[in-house]
Write a protein that binds this ligand. Structure first.
Ligand code: A2P
Length: 283
C-alpha cells in the first residue's frame, strides 16, 4: 500500500492531506473511475464541487472503496447560483445528499461574485454549517485580497483555506503572502496549469537534474511552498506519479528559479469579473 500524503493543519486543527485529486471537468463516469483508481494508488483527499456535476459519482466511488469515513477527506463547493444565507444551507444539504455523506471535511464558496455582493451573507451560511457539524472546516475559493479583507472583518469564523488558480506560470505571490499572514492555507487549483507548466525549459531541466517527471517537479514546488495541491488526472500512472512527491526535495536555489518564472499566465477566469452566468468548467 503506498504511503498516505502528509497533512497540513487547518486553523481549527483539522488535518488536510497535502495532495488531493482535483475532479473539475470530469464526467460522472470518468470521476467514478478516477476516484476509484486514485484510492488504489493512495489518495485520501478528493476535491469536487456542486458545479462539476460529479458529486454523486465521487461519493459512490468513496462508498464502494469501503474506507472508513474518517480516512477520507472530501471537499465540495457552493455553486454560484446558491449565494445567500438560506441558499447556502440548501446547497450544502443537496451536496451531502449527492455525495451520500453526513458531513464534508471542507466546504468552500466557489467564487466570490463581487458584483452580486452576497458573499458575506453566504459566509454566514457556511459558519452555520460548521456549527451544525455538516462541514468540519469552511473556506473560500478564488477570493482576492479585497474579498478576504471583508470576510475577515465580518466573520465570526475565519476561512481555513483559499483555493486559487496557482502554478509556476501564475504564482500569486501577493495573495499567497496575504493568506500566510492571516493563517489561511492556500490550495492550488490547476497546479500543473492543465499540463502547460510541464514544458517550461526550467521545469524540464529540473526534471533531468532530479530524475523525476516534470509534473513531480511542479508539484514538489507547490508542496515546498506550503500549499495543498489538487492535480487532476484520469490516468492511473499519472495519478500515482503526482502523489509520489514526498521522497525528494528541491534545493532552495531551484525553488527560487521556479518562483522567478513570469507570473502572469492566468488560464482560468478572473474572479473579479466572473459572474453567475458563467458555465463551469474550471477550476
Ligand atoms: P490526464 O487526465 O490525461 O492525465 P491541472 O491539474 O493543472 O488542471 O492539470 C490537469 C491536466 O494535466 C490534465 O490534462 C492531465 O491529463 C494532465 N496531467 C496530470 N498529471 C500529469 C502528469 N503526471 N504528466 C503529464 N500530464 C499530466
Amino acid at each position: 500500500m503506498p504511503n498516505p500524503a502528509p497533512t497540513v493543519t487547518l486553523r481549527n486543527d483539522v488535518e488536510i492531506p497535502q495532495i488531493g485529486l482535483g475532479t473539475s471537468g470530469m464526467s460522472p463516469a470518468d470521476s467514478l473511475r478516477a476516484v476509484n483508481s486514485a484510492i488504489e494508488v493512495g489518495y485520501r483527499h478528493f476535491d469536487t464541487a456542486q458545479a462539476y456535476g460529479n458529486e454523486s459519482a465521487v461519493g459512490t466511488a468513496i462508498a464502494r472503496s469501503g474506507l472508513p469515513r474518517n480516512e477520507v477527506f472530501v471537499t465540495t463547493k457552493l455553486r454560484n447560483r446558491s449565494h445567500g444565507l438560506a441558499n447556502a444551507r440548501l446547497a450544502l444539504d443537496r451536496s451531502l445528499r449527492e455525495l451520500g455523506l453526513e458531513y464534508v471535511d471542507l466546504y468552500v464558496i466557489h467564487w466570490p461574485l463581487p458584483m452580486e455582493n452576497r458573499y458575506i451573507e453566504t459566509w454566514h451560511g457556511l459558519e452555520r454549517a460548521l456549527e451544525q457539524g455538516k462541514a468540519r472546516a469552511i473556506g473560500v475559493s478564488n477570493f482576492q485580497v479585497e474579498h478576504l479583507d471583508r470576510v475577515l472583518s465580518a466573520g465570526t469564523v475565519l476561512p481555513a483555506v483559499n483555493q486559487i488558480e496557482l502554478h509556476p506560470r501564475f504564482n500569486q505571490a501577493h495573495l499567497r503572502r496575504y493568506c500566510a499572514d492571516h493563517g489561511i492555507i492556500v490550495e492550488s487549483a490547476s497546479p500543473l496549469a492543465r499540463g502547460r507548466s510541464l514544458e517550461l525549459p526550467i521545469v524540464t531541466g529540473l526534471a533531468r537534474k532530479y530524475r523525476m517527471s516534470a509534473a513531480q517537479i511542479v508539484l514538489r514546488w507547490h508542496i515546498q511552498s506550503g500549499t495543498v495541491a489538487l492535480p487532476k488526472s484520469t490516468t492511473p500512472r499519472r495519478m500515482a506519479e503526482n502523489h509520489d512527491v514526498f521522497s525528494f526535495s528541491l534545493e532552495s536555489r531551484d525553488m527560487a528559479l521556479l518562483d522567478g518564472l513570469r507570473a502572469d499566465g492566468r488560464i482560468n477566469p478572473d474572479p473579479r469579473r466572473l459572474d453567475s452566468t458563467w458555465a463551469p468548467v474550471e477550476p
